[in-house]
Design a protein around this ligand. Structure first.
Ligand code: NAI
Length: 386
């Protein structure tokens, strides 16, 4: 099947590489010729590195490069079985693009969007055949990250959902199905990893390095929240938080943090600017944790973890995805050491509810409200997994 990709930036180029490596002919479209040239050059250097490392031979490299054509006109999408859009995150522009693409493709061509934060239903509404539209949300970098969230919207036909999931499964990705709601699974459930860490810092309980240390050494997370925010970029991470907060009608649970906002405003974006919560200048030392007080470290880990568990449980409660997919999404999409619902079983659902209720009583903030699902399960002595 021929695959069309629109947008040859970070995501579109990565998705094009994935599809071409899996044997598809790919038409990669961008309005900007320099973006197309850059995409072609970047793929060439990525593949050259794979050849150097012995992961691919020269013939394989040439075959992959020859499968991708770089184009500017939507008419080139004519024979595609699926088109995946990965252009700038603007609803008005995405709608125009979907409308135009629909004029050039066959009736049974699936149209997918890689949007992270827009409503798939709103994008689909631009199409005459909106039942063919689905969200296919890759993670960056697409060739390396195993998780893909498949997001049917209210208009998506069951057949389109089935076909698109099967196709992406065939690309050796781990697919999960998520409801068309802000942040899908990963970008919703992960919010407290950043938000609660920032809150703990703001309250003066611990510094960045101590919080990161607690999450890594005790929790088994690969990166601490502050290291990860510096890696993602404080501008990008703040924008996602703000967008999720607004999309949830300002639910206090997702309230962004002034600390992060100020870091972003100061240009302390993280690794990419040489300074974020940490200093990345040459020779700068990474600060050691401020304390090894094990009780404090345990409290930090548990407070962030229980908020993540609450978010995962609430996503299940609201049927955003199955429990298996929620756990898979967090282990495969953001490398959590364990699925959050499995972790809740391990810690005890009643213990989770007690902690959340204690936080809620202490702060009197809706942020700490316990998911009704956890409370019901605790009352009945249930677990997520047998
Ligand atoms: P990017 O800025 O790297 O690339 C966007 C590309 O789209 C640019 O090359 C631009 O020239 C092109 N473009 C803009 N308008 C166009 C149009 N009308 N027709 C054709 N091409 C057009 O953006 P990035 O990061 O690749 O993001 C693309 C999409 O993927 C966005 O919807 C974003 O939310 C989503 N996404 C981004 C992730 C990330 O980590 N960067 C992760 C998952 C999804």
């Amino acid at each position: 099947m021929k695959i069309g990709i629109i947008g040859s930036g970070a995501m579109g180029s990565g998705i094009a590489q994935v599809a071409a490596q899996c044997g598809h002919q790919v038409v990669l479209i961008d309005t900007s010729q320099p973006a197309l040239d850059k995409s072609r050059a970047r793929l060439s250097s990525i593949l050259a590195r794979l050849v150097e490392k012995g992961k691919m031979d020269d013939a394989g490299r040439t075959a992959i490069e020859n499968r991708i054509s770089y184009e500017q006109e939507h008419a080139r999408l004519a024979h595609c079985g699926m088109v995946i859009e990965a252009i700038v995150e603007r609803l008005d522009i995405k709608k125009q693009v979907f409308q135009s693409v629909e004029q050039h493709v066959a009736d049974d061509c699936i149209l997918a969007t890689n949007t992270s934060s827009l409503s798939v239903a709103a994008i689909a509404a631009a199409c005459a055949k909106s039942e063919r539209v689905v969200g296919i949300h890759f993670f960056n970098p697409a060739p390396l990250m195993p998780l893909v969230e498949i997001v049917p919207c209210v208009q998506t036909s069951p057949d389109v959902l089935k076909q698109s999931r099967a196709l992406v499964d065939g690309w050796k990705k781990v697919t999960v199905v998520a409801k068309d709601t802000p942040g899908f699974i990963v970008n919703r459930v992960a919010r407290p990893f950043y938000g609660e860490a920032l809150r703990i810092y703001e309250e003066g309980f611990a510094d960045f390095a101590t919080i990161d240390h607690a999450m890594k050494a005790l929790g088994g997370f690969r990166m601490g929240p502050f290291e990860l925010m510096d890696f993602i970029g404080n501008d990008v991470n703040y924008a996602v938080t703000e967008s999720v907060f607004e999309s949830f009608y300002y639910d206090p649970r997702y309230k962004p943090s002034f600390t992060q906002k100020r870091h972003a405003e100061a240009g302390w974006l993280g690794r990419k600017t040489g300074r974020g919560y940490y200093n990345y200048a040459e020779g700068a030392e990474h600060p050691a944790p401020g304390t090894e007080d094990s009780e404090l470290l345990e409290n930090i880990l548990w407070r962030i973890l229980v908020m993540l568990i609450n978010e995962a449980a609430d996503a299940l409660y609201l049927n955003i995805a199955s429990k298996e997919d929620i756990d898979l999404a967090m282990t495969k999409g953001v490398n959590y050491p364990k699925g959050l619902l499995a972790w809740a079983d391990e810690k005890g659902i009643a213990h989770c509810v007690e902690t959340l209720d204690r936080l809620y009583d202490e702060y009197r903030e809706d942020r700490y409200r316990c998911s009704p699902l956890l409370r019901r399960m605790a009352q009945k002595g249930e677990r997520f997994y047998a």
